[in-house]
Design a binder for this molecule. Structure first.
Ligand SMILES: [Cu+2]
Length: 174
């Protein structure tokens, strides 16, 4: 068996079926292209635009002050904090824990400051469909309003080392 040389002019005009598929693909590309800016303006699940630069030290200090001020207990060595509604609350991600346990009130709005003090983590609020990247050096301010009572687990979904699977935190909504 030998390799045959391709025809000199190998391209052919598009036939009807091919033209149709190109048209469908192009239309879909344009729809997606338009949806991106549209969703940014209309969508309700956008990442927050309120972000600050912060050092690990600064963030840890602010979180420690917050924890001392509103501490109400402890759960497996992690402080439980019940902040007043409408206040600024802090959540520290580090290898391999979330601190503190936040005790929040249903229907009240909080400004959640989220940052990591070592490397990149990911915050999933289980069983909600929420997933957020947590980066060192940045203070992300998420405006949150819990709508249902219950116990929510925070799970790290960004591989962060040997203890990654143990990185589980908690939010209590009362
Ligand atoms: Cu992690």
């Amino acid at each position: 068996m030998s390799i045959t040389v391709p025809e000199r002019v190998w391209w052919k005009p598009l036939d009807k079926g091919e033209k149709l598929w190109v048209a469908i693909a192009l239309t879909w590309c344009l729809v997606m292209f338009i949806m991106m800016p549209l969703w940014h303006l209309q969508g309700k699940q956008n990442a927050p635009s309120e972000t600050y630069r912060v050092s690990a030290d600064q963030f840890e200090k602010a979180a420690a002050a917050f924890i001392t001020q509103y501490r109400v207990g402890e759960e497996q060595g992690v402080p439980v904090v019940a902040p007043p509604s409408g206040s600024d609350i802090y959540l520290v991600a580090r290898m391999w824990s979330w601190e503190p346990v936040l005790k929040l009130e249903k229907g009240k709005t909080y400004r959640l400051h989220l940052s990591s003090v070592d490397l990149q983590h990911g915050m999933t609020i289980y069983p909600m469909n929420i997933n957020f990247q947590v980066l060192p050096g940045y203070d992300y301010v998420l405006t949150i309003t819990p709508t249902e009572k219950g116990e929510y687990h925070l799970i790290c979904n960004e591989f962060c080392g040997i203890g990654h699977h143990l990185m589980v935190g908690k939010i209590l909504v009362v």
